[in-house]
Every structure is written in structure tokens, then in C-alpha cells.
Design a protein around this ligand. Structure first.
Ligand code: ATP
Length: 662
């Protein structure tokens, strides 16, 4: 944590107001800052620090016996006293060790779980404002309680941020007895809650919330505060008017981000936008005409489709569009509009597929977030694309949307006084996280050595073959008394595989954006002997499959990956569902040579090599894939940097025309 942030947190703990700005974020964006400087900082960051972890653990363990012998009320009183010391001295090692010993004991009494030493190290890293890299299944949920309680007893508003509502609710419920024991209130913010309930949840000492809900609530506050400026409110109050409603959040003090690489990196490539629907002044017929037109255009002759979903009309294509729309009149007469409509319609038809990028629910187009596999009900695509897709699917056309407020995660999380996080997969993005959020990564050792065993992978020549092989393999594993988890990349793929399993009369359950109501129940059953669960990325992160003893003895959970992702981290998260907390488990990939990753990011020569390797068991496939994923990760990193730069340009431009940007 920078010295500025340390003093900010101290000031906060002492009850003083602190100025919250954009932190070092803008400085880090400075284009003049050289790449070498970044490398140097990252290198310096990795230099072995004076290792005080041993002494820290010794101190915490030394206090354990005393904590164990103390009454419930003594534990509480001691924590209260430690909080007062922290107000004066900050989160120093001796105070943290003492606090953690009490929390560990409280957890043992209430949850029946004693924090492992490595979890104490993770808690310490969090309180130092760092990102703790703990392998999957090592118990981040419990480790986070150390930091959450320590921060909360000092009076700070603690936000434990997770990637979705299911995890927010699950973790809050799981840890609630511990917080209640320590007289700390806990709230959870969920998508369908109204403003009053949200405000109540944030008013608690500790609030569990997904990154999206949290950021949108912050934007809502920004809009409300912008509309009723402080002086305006004061004038109203003096005139005896109604008090303006209190903000939803009670401050951006401390955020503990679980699955931090997903939140801070993967989801950071698009800004979060709050918008309002405008009455669409375009005739719905225009969208229908554009979609009809797009369906008649030929790829190669009329338009080109790039590797990264970019689409453009050729000269011949523009001419053809002109001819085909000559009788439509209206906006079709303008070359600019005509090409814009055609291009949007081509994207809608060729780049966005139902059950992959979106689903139809209640006759509405609902976007599916590929990295989490979940529906994003209130999200829409921008600049007419959403309406084009609605028209393509024969849904009612909704109005276009106008942006009211927007923010990137880089800017939002940069506003916290104390930011920290946890993840199982940070290595590849450690430099980027340091650069964008000033967070350094601390690697935490595992509690017990991992027993995860990768089996040989299989590269199929055809899509059809992949599903046949996966179904056979899953059935064979289930017959051995193992539990099987199969990860697919889209709703469509999960249903395609489910059909194959049904054809083979293999019992299984499906978890995807269309069948998400029974998520907790499905996951709870998934660790039983002979169970097969087919899931999208919904089961990729955070999901904890509890194994039956018989399954553990038969070899644990077997994970089958059916398509590699662009990000190796997402694959590792899926594999990380097995072999947790010292359990056994195996992983394997059964993929197709025409998968998106290979098509988009493998050079031609490598695709030839893959073709030659297809059809046989592969021991080295994951190495080749790692190289391709590295290329993909570079591409997306560049995209994220562009987003940050554009966001900054937009902010400056609005400042220039006299508007304030939230
Ligand atoms: N100290 C502990 N003692 C006993 N069990 C524990 C302890 N810590 C965690 N566990 C158990 O380990 C399992 C994994 O925990 P958890 O889901 O929090 O791991 P995780 O690190 O968050 O995993 P992922 O990276 O997949 O999100 C859970 O069943 C949890 O109850």
C-alpha cells in the first residue's frame, strides 16, 4: 500500500474526513511513463522482502491458547481493545496477529473451522493492501473473514466483492454466524433488491455484493448526488423542504475482492454504464429491412469478417447495399446511415449467436456474460446493435439508450481507500494489476500439497466427435463411482452435450443461464458418486463441490474441459473445481481443432500441426495451448488499455465542455 493510502486509512480509522480522488490511477495512465519503468517496478516488487511471515505466524499461534481458554465475551472485548489500538497505530503485524488469533477462535466456535496458517498469511496480505494468490479450493471465503472482521471492528465500511449474486449470498450466509458472534452486522446485496434494501445492506458493518451491483449502486449515487448538489440540498433543508434521500453506499472504505483477476482484469475491458431508454425515433421497419438485407449479403464478396468480430463492407458490398435499398427511401438514402445500418445488421447476423452470446427469455434478448456464464438482465448492446438483434429474433424493439453515467472498474476501485483481493489465478496478469490498481501480488503456499492429476487430452477432428467422446468418457468415469464436472463455453454447447448424454441414456444435470434457479441445489448434489454435471462457466469460479466420502476414495472429482478459453486463467479455474483441500482429482480436455481459440489465435502453421495431432491422445497439448492463449491474452490486454485511455479522454473532453463526469 502506498504511504498516501496508509495515511488515508489511518485518518479514516481516526474518524477524520479524507479526500478521495482518482488516486495514482491517472499517473499510471500517463503515456509518457515508459514500459521499462513498469518492468522495473514489477521486478522490484518481486524482490524477496524481509520475510516476516514466520514471526507473524508465531505471534498469532502463540496467542491461540489464550484465545481458546477465553470466554465469548472476553474474545469480543479483546477485539474491541485491538480495534482501538489500530486506530492509533494502524494495521501493524503484532496487532493483526492478535486480532487474527481471536477471529480464528471465534470461527472455530461458530463455523467449526479453524483458519489454517496459510489463511492467516492471506488475511495479513489483504490487510497490507495486496492481492493474495491462493490456489483454488484453499479457502478464500474463510480467509476473507480475517480481513473483513479486522476492518469492520475499526468502523470501516467493508465491501466483500464477489463475481456474482450466488457467491455473495452463499458466502454471507456461510460466515454470518461468525460475524453475529462478534456483534458485527452483515448484509448482502442482490440483483432484485430495491434501493431501500440495498441501503440497509450497505449500512451493515460488512456487505457482500457482486462487482456489478456495487458499481451500479455507486453510479446511481453519483447521478443522485449530481442532480441534488450539496448547496442545493442545504437550501432545500433551510427552506423546510424534504431531506434529500441518503446515498445508497456509506462510503468507499475497504474492498476485499474475491476472484480479483476476473473483476479487475477480465471484466475491466468494458465500462459500466447506466443509461435511460429513449423513445426510438427510428421506424422498426428499418431494423427489419437491415436484417433482411444482411441475410442476402455474401461474405468475401460484399463484406469481410475479421478474426476479432470486426466487420466491414467491401466497395462492391456498398454498391450492392445501395441497389438493394434504393426503394426503401428515408434514411436509406443517406450513404452514411445506409452503411451504418448494413454493418450493424451484418454484426447482428454473423457475430452474435443465440444461446451463445445471448438467450431469449420472456421474449427479450438477454445478454450472457461469457466469462461468468450468467445472464446480465439489464445490459444492452450499444448504438443500435441491440435493436438489430431484437429484430433478427422477432422480438419487440426497445428504444435506444442514452448514457447517464459511466465508469470503468479501474477508476471505480481506484477510489477505495484500501483495496485488496484474492484469486487462484493472478500470475499472468500480475503486472497489469500492479499497473492499473497499484496492487502487488503475494503468493500464499498451499495448506496441503495438491493431488490434482492432469490426464492425457484429446483433440477431435469434428465437433460431432467431441460430444460423442465427452459423453462416453463421462459415463465411464461415473461408472467408476467418480463425480464428473463437464465445463462448456456456452448455453448451446451445454445443451448439445446434454442431448448426447440423453441419447446414451446417461443421467446428468445441467447448469446454465437458462437453468440457473436450482444452482445451489445442483451444486450441492454434484459431489455424489456417479453424478455428472454439465455446466457453463457458471460453475467455473468459486463453485465448491463437496465430495461424498465414497467419491473421495474412488479418486475424487473428474473435470472435463470441452473447449479451451482465450484466457488460461478461466481454464485453470475450471480444473480447480477438483482436488481441493488435499482431495484427489483428475482433469482432462476433449476439444475440437476448429474451436474459437484455435481459429482466432493460432497461426496457420500451428493449425496444420494441430490437425496432424488430432485423433490421438495428447500429453503436450496444454503446452501448445498455453502459447496460443498467451497471444490471446496480449490481444485482450491491449484492448483493455485502449478502454482505459478512451475513458480518460472522455473524462477530459467532458471536463472541457463544462460537464462533470462521475
Ligand atoms: N480452515 C478450514 N478448515 C476446514 N475446511 C476449510 C477451511 N478453509 C476452507 N475450508 C473448506 O474448503 C473448501 C473450499 O473453500 P473455498 O470455496 O472458500 O475455496 P476457494 O479458495 O474460495 O476456492 P475457489 O478458488 O474455487 O474460489 C470449502 O468446502 C471450505 O468449507
Amino acid at each position: 500500500m502506498s504511504s498516501q493510502r496508509v495515511s488515508d486509512v489511518r485518518a479514516l480509522l481516526a474518524g477524520r474526513d479524507v479526500q478521495v480522488g482518482d488516486g495514482p490511477y491517472l499517473e499510471r495512465l500517463d503515456p509518457k511513463r515508459s514500459v521499462w519503468e513498469d518492468h522495473l517496478r514489477a521486478w522490484l516488487d518481486q524482490l524477496p522482502r524481509i520475510d516476516r511471515t514466520g514471526a507473524f505466524l508465531e505471534a498469532a499461534n502463540a496467542c491461540e491458547a489464550e484465545a481458546h481458554a477465553s470466554s465469548d465475551s472476553t474474545l469480543r472485548e479483546r477485539l474491541h481493545h485491538i480495534a482501538q489500538q489500530m486506530h492509533r497505530h494502524g494495521f501493524t503485524d503484532p496487532l493483526l496477529a492478535l486480532a487474527f488469533a481471536q477471529i480464528r477462535e471465534a470461527s472455530r466456535r461458530t463455523l467449526g473451522m479453524r483458519h489454517h496458517d496459510v489463511q492467516l498469511l492471506a488475511g495479513r496480505a489483504l490487510m497490507q493492501g495486496r492481492l493474495a494468490e491462493m490456489a483454488t479450493g484453499e479457502g478464500k471465503t474463510l480467509a476473507a473473514t480475517l480481513a473483513a472482521v479486522t476492518a469492520a471492528i475499526t468502523g470501516a465500511a467493508v465491501h466483500v466483492v464477489t463475481v456474482n449474486d450466488y457467491l455473495a449470498e452463499r458466502d454471507a450466509e456461510h460466515n454470518a454466524p461468525l460475524f453475529a458472534f462478534l456483534d458485527l452486522s452483515v448484509g448482502v446485496v442482490l440483483q432484485d433488491m430495491d434501493i431501500a434494501k440495498r441501503r440497509d445492506a450497505y449500512a451493515c458493518n460488512i456487505a457482500y455484493v457482486s462487482n456489478k451491483e456495487l458499481t451500479f449502486d455507486y453510479l446511481k449515487d453519483c447521478i443522485a448526488l449530481g442532480e441534488a448538489s450539496r448547496t442545493h440540498q442545504q437550501l432545500r433543508e433551510l427552506a423546510g423542504g424534504r431531506h434529500a434521500e441518503a446515498p445508497i453506499l456509506r462510503g468507499l472504505h475497504i474492498a476485499i475482492i474475491d476472484e480479483a483477476d476476473s473483476v479487475l482484469i477480465d471484466e475491466a475491458s468494458t465500462p459500466l454504464i447506466i443509461s435511460e431508454t429513449l423513445p426510438d425515433d427510428l421506424e422498426p421497419a428499418i431494423y427489419t429491412q437491415a436484417i433482411e438485407l444482411a441475410r442476402t449479403l455474401q461474405r468475401g464478396a460484399d463484406f469481410e469478417l475479421g478474426a476479432h468480430r470486426d466487420i466491414w463492407l467491401t466497395a462492391a458490398g456498398k454498391q450492392r447495399v445501395r441497389e438493394l435499398t434504393s426503394e426503401h427511401g428515408g434514411l436509406w438514402r443517406s450513404a452514411l446511415w445506409r452503411d451504418e445500418f448494413a454493418q450493424k445488421a451484418l454484426s447482428a447476423v454473423n457475430c452474435f449467436q443465440r444461446d451463445q452470446h445471448y438467450i431469449l427469455a420472456e421474449d427479450k434478448v438477454q445478454i450472457v456474460d461469457e466469462s461468468t456464464g450468467r445472464v446480465m438482465p439489464d445490459r444492452t448492446w450499444e448504438r443500435g446493435l441491440h435493436q438489430m438483434i431484437e429484430s433478427k429474433e422477432g422480438c419487440q424493439i426497445t428504444g435506444q439508450r442514452r448514457t447517464l453515467a459511466q465508469i470503468t472498474y479501474q477508476r471505480f476501485f481506484g477510489r477505495y481507500l484500501h483495496l485488496c483481493g484474492m484469486t487462484g489465478t493472478a500470475q499472468e496478469v500480475a503486472k497489469e494489476i500492479k499497473r492499473s490498481y497499484d496492487l502487488s501480488v503475494t503468493r500464499i503456499p498451499t495448506h496441503r500439497p495438491s493431488k490434482r492429476k492432469p490426464l492425457a487430452d484429446h483433440l477431435c477432428r469434428h465437433d460431432e466427435q467431441r460430444w460423442i467422446d465427452v459423453a462416453h468418457r463421462a459415463a465411464a468415469m461415473a461408472a467408476q463411482g467418480r463425480a464428473v464436472l463437464i465445463g462448456t463455453r456456452s448455453v448451446e454447447a451445454s445443451e448439445r452435450l446434454s442431448a448426447e448424454l440423453i441419447r446414451n441414456e446417461v443421467a446428468h444435470t445441467v447448469l446454465n443461464a437458462r437453468q440457473d434457479q436450482t444452482e445451489a441445489e445442483t451444486v450441492a448434489q454434484a459431489g455424489q458418486a456417479g453424478r455428472i454435471m454439465v455446466a457453463t462457466n457458471m460453475a467455473g469460479r468459486g463453485t465448491d463441490i463437496k465430495l461424498a466420502d465414497a467419491v473421495r476414495e474412488a479418486g475424487g472429482l473428474h473435470v472435463i474441459l470441452t473447449e479451451f478459453h482465450e484466457s488460461a486463467r478461466v481454464d485453470r479455474q475450471l480444473f480447480g473445481r477438483c482436488a481441493r483441500q488435499g482431495d484427489p482429482g483428475t482433469t482432462e480436455a476433449i476439444v475440437n481443432i476448429d474451436d474459437e481459440l484455435f481459429r482466432r489465435f493460432a497461426p496457420v502453421a500451428l493449425r496444420w500441426l494441430l490437425r496432424a495431432l488430432a485423433g490421438k491422445q495428447q500429453r503436450n497439448l496444454r503446452r501448445i495451448v498455453a502459447w496460443i492463449q498467451n497471444r490471446a491474452e496480449r490481444h485482450y490486454r491491449k484492448q483493455r488499455l485502449d478502454t482505459m485511455r478512451r475513458d480518460e479522454q472522455w473524462r477530459r473532453a467532458l471536463g472541457f465542455v463544462g460537464k462533470t463526469r462521475k
